[in-house]
Design a protein around this ligand. Sequence first.
Ligand code: 5AD
Ligand code: SF4
Length: 434
Amino acid sequence: MDKFFHIVTYGCQMNVHESEKIAGILSEMGYKSCESPEEADIVVFNTCCIRENAENHAFGNIGMLKKLKAARKDMLIAVGGCLPQQMNKAENLHEKFPYVDIIFGTHNLHNLKGLIEKKLKMRKTLIEIEDSEGEICEDDKPLRTSYPNAWVNIMYGCNNFCSYCIVPYVRGRERSRDSRKIIEEVRSLVSEGYKEITLLGQNVNSYKGELTFPQLLKEIADIDGKFRLRFMTSHPKDFSPELIKVMAQNPKICHCLHLPVQSGSDAILKAMNRKYTAGQYLEKVEMLKKAIPDCAITTDLIVGFPGETDEDFKATLELAKKVNFASAFTFVYSKREGTVAAKMPNQVPEEVSKARIMELVELINSQTRALSQMYIGKTVEILCEDYDSKRGLYMGRDEYGRMGYFASQKNLIGQFVNVRIEHANGVSLTGEVV
Ligand code: 5AD
Ligand code: SF4
């Protein structure tokens, strides 16, 4: 009889790709993918803990499976990823949800098969949280779900310890994959027909293999075939002129860059332990715009960091105006136990943070809308990614990451399509295939 798995993913691209690895392990074990927990023999929650609401979201959904598990005792529930990797959280999870069968940390993913086999022979909950990261495991074959895009990890972990961030505690120190293995993986993905490769790491600019990050990027861009190359995330302190040069000289590397600034105030950047000033950030942006004038720059911004004054917040607005971000992820600071910022005085009241985020979102949206207007009448090359059945249109992105919708009788998924943009509604563009 067929066995089925269902994976629920929270958080960043790293987690999306790790869920593909979990799917790979489960399909090797003979499980098939299914759409809902009700049909599944195993449900895996791949969790995130970067902000409190990500955590609450996962808690809520794990709680909702209580009834289903009571009715179907043979169904397995596994909870993995960043949430249980935090100090004392695995025990906490077990107390709250005693019906969860397996709780595993970020460093135990590659052993999921062993954990499932072990659990099937025992009654009580199996909790496995490794403290240290160990060697990089190259054996997991992901079951990719995002064709024509393919995610490729180049490194794991983070050494930066930004004072608000839990990631270094749950993902461990930086480990870089072997350059040759990365290049071989991309080569085979391109030959399998993937059209967009996104290199992933918490801070790709501090990649340390046999090659430097700019050298690695160049070698990948030299692989034959038509495909787009993207990478994320870049830390401004490590973003270098060499990288700008490689981006400018290799047409396969998309003219877009995600460069999280977090704040425009030097005092806040210092308290965040970001290791650059607003001025230094702006200098790098200038350098980039000079070399690649059409480059779309996106960012992450946090409001309400402890001690943030009205003046500090104004500096963030000013910086956002100067850079004119193509888009931005905006967050209200969330206190994470165990981080340095959690112990800082002057935590900002919620209503102040709320007012600030609304003002910031309004500014970013107006910039994004203005950029969208500039698309009208232009023809852009869109990589068709999917069909949106609600709108009855195909969709995809241009090299700058902007989403475009268009009608077609033929299935165009996986193809580069020239689209003349006719309407711009907020961030989304609509046009006609030409
Ligand atoms: N609160 C709010 N935002 C956070 N981020 C990371 N930690 C926190 C936190 N504690 C944001 C940063 C980072 C993005 C991935 O998440 O902006 O760049
Ligand atoms: Fe977190 Fe900073 Fe590392 Fe990014 S660079 S993962 S924000 S500690």
